[in-house]
Design a protein around this ligand. Structure first.
Ligand code: XBP
Ligand code: MG
Length: 251
């Protein structure tokens, strides 16, 4: 029996549905500002989410002919402007936390579980979400904020999870990851972590074969239930609580 000591949270799509109405809109604002004709509609952005990291996503769209060629410095500058627009959208309160996120975070924090973040997004984008959607006290409550270019290879590589665990000094066997996408799940799995997946509109069709639990959302005790979409541990669960995460680690 392995004790649950640490939970590592993905950000985009897991803490909040930031992609469609946050990152995508911010990319389009930066494109318009730069005089580019390209706009990423909802469906196109869904395809592009296969590529993790905003700069990498722009590069990919250039390579497939969606945008004009530009050097890395221009991509980085465009992406920096996108991050500024994203921060404004988050500051305007456009993106709430997903159901059950605050409840489970608070339950885990009160229980003394080490909490961390493991994301491919830019630190400035993560900071905006913490400040405006979660609350600034969470800057201290998360023991590590592992984000963006801090590691050479983004998800689905395991690097960002391995980095977070190294920083915290916790072994994978005592840690559980929360993710929303196939790339995120693959990254956690490659880092030998058990993983709970909360799907969203962009990721409900992804392949999560081997994931330890796949749910529609974490759910709330007095609100919407977590629909159990893939439940290899045969958990009985209306909303995901610490005891369910512990049961998954127990295997
Ligand atoms: C999801 C991503 C990110 C965001 C945009 O990250 O793939 O690239 O779409 O982030 P997560 P940046 O690991 O949190 O699911 O534009 O800041 O790179
Ligand atoms: Mg994600």
């Amino acid at each position: 029996m392995a004790e649950l000591k640490c939970i590592l949270w993905d950000v985009d799509g897991t803490l909040a549905d930031t992609e469609r109405d946050g990152h995508r809109v911010a990319f389009n604002m930066a494109f318009e500002e730069a005089g580019l004709e390209r706009r990423w509609d909802v469906a196109t952005y869904g395809e592009l989410l296969a590529v993790t990291g905003g700069k990498e996503r722009i590069r990919f769209d250039i390579d497939r002919g969606g945008m004009p060629e530009m050097p890395y410095e221009e991509i980085a500058a465009l992406h920096a402007r996108k991050t500024v627009h994203y921060q404004s959208l988050i500051a305007a309160g456009r993106i709430p936390l997903r159901p059950g996120v605050r409840r489970l975070l608070e339950e885990a924090y009160a229980a003394g579980i080490t909490l961390g973040v493991s994301t491919t997004t830019t630190p400035a984008a993560l900071d905006a979400l913490i400040e405006h959607s979660l609350g600034a006290e969470w800057f201290d409550r998360f023991a590590v904020l592992a984000a963006g270019d801090i590691v050479p290879a983004k998800k689905p590589a395991p690097d960002i999870y391995n980095y977070a665990m190294e920083q915290l000094g916790v072994p994978a066997g005592n840690t559980l990851a929360l993710e929303d996408s196939a790339n995120g799940w693959k990254s956690a799995h490659a880092a030998e972590l058990k993983c709970v997946v909360t799907v969203n509109g962009y990721t409900c069709g992804h392949d999560f074969t081997g994931a330890d639990l796949v749910v529609s959302e974490l759910g709330e005790p007095d609100g919407s239930a977590a629909e159990l979409l893939q439940n290899p541990h045969h958990l009985v669960c209306h909303h995901v609580e610490l005891k369910h995460l512990q049961a998954i680690l127990d295997g």
